[in-house]
Design a protein around this ligand. Sequence first.
Ligand code: PHE
Length: 340
Amino acid sequence: MSLHRSIAEARERVSAAQINDAASLENFRLEFLSRKGLLTRLFEEFKSVPSSEKALVGKALNDLKKAAEEKFKAAQASVAAPRATPQASDWTLPGDAYVLGSRHPVSIVERKVVDIFSRIGFRVEEGPEIETDYYNFTALNFEDDHPAREMQDTFFLDAKKEYLLRTHTSPVQVRVMKSQKPPIRMIAPGRVYRNETVTARSHCYFQQVEGLVVDERASFADLRQTLNYFVAAMFGPKVKVRLRPSYFPFTEISAEADISCLLCDGRGCPVCKHTGWVEIMGCGMVDPAVLTHCGLDPERYQGYAFGFGIERMALVLYRIPDIRLYSQNDVRFLSRFQTL
Ligand code: PHE
């Protein structure tokens, strides 16, 4: 076993050895690695180790050899390398180019929407993407047998159909009305989910922005003016807004807003399906039943609300024909968009 001890000692000496110039490097070589060095002597002794111990001692010896050789090589490289001096670098060489990322088109449009509404006093609110049936439907005045509750639209998360992925951002209206006192002026951007087949025109998730104003006086005319202001800021002053009667369980009266088609100036093209108009949002006066549900007296308060999809707006602004492009993460697509 004394050979084993010599090996252990040698290992310590190897790791303690200081090599900082050519002379100490040569000393190290002579001491450990040369033909008359320590390692050669230890290998010589190894020959007389009883065969029962050969495996153990042999491994220790090989490890020692490897450690010494590696130390020698590393030291050789650093001793041999010429010292880099400041004068050796060429400061006139061009630097490495930084590749800058770009914002996702959906983020660009969403930021612009938030910016436009912030200017007229709308606060940004958020709600959870996992919602309960109560906030997504019941509190918004959906009848129990309303078709939107059926499986084809909603991703339910439990067998009792109590939890779901929100199908719109309107549940944020309910959360805000229940937790804040009017006057309320808010927008709520966020992701929504629908159990739909993914095609060029529809996707199982997308981004919406909800808008809600509740005050002692909030009229349909105020809603219309707000939309006029928004459309002019978003799409330019020449774009026209048109409201068509519609239906939502949580608004009364309800409307759908169209804008004159930006791509063909209203003359007719595939994007507006040759009608000259592109539908951009749903809106209306908050149904008194919803106000009551949220603890607000409909005799005292009125409200208007609107909701729209970001991808649809990006389609009009950037002429993106296929909604699937937004979620494919192809940098050739993503890097084309400049901040609006
Ligand atoms: N939540 C409706 C939808 O997803 C849009 C909407 C919001 C309509 C607010 C009216 C008022 O289609």
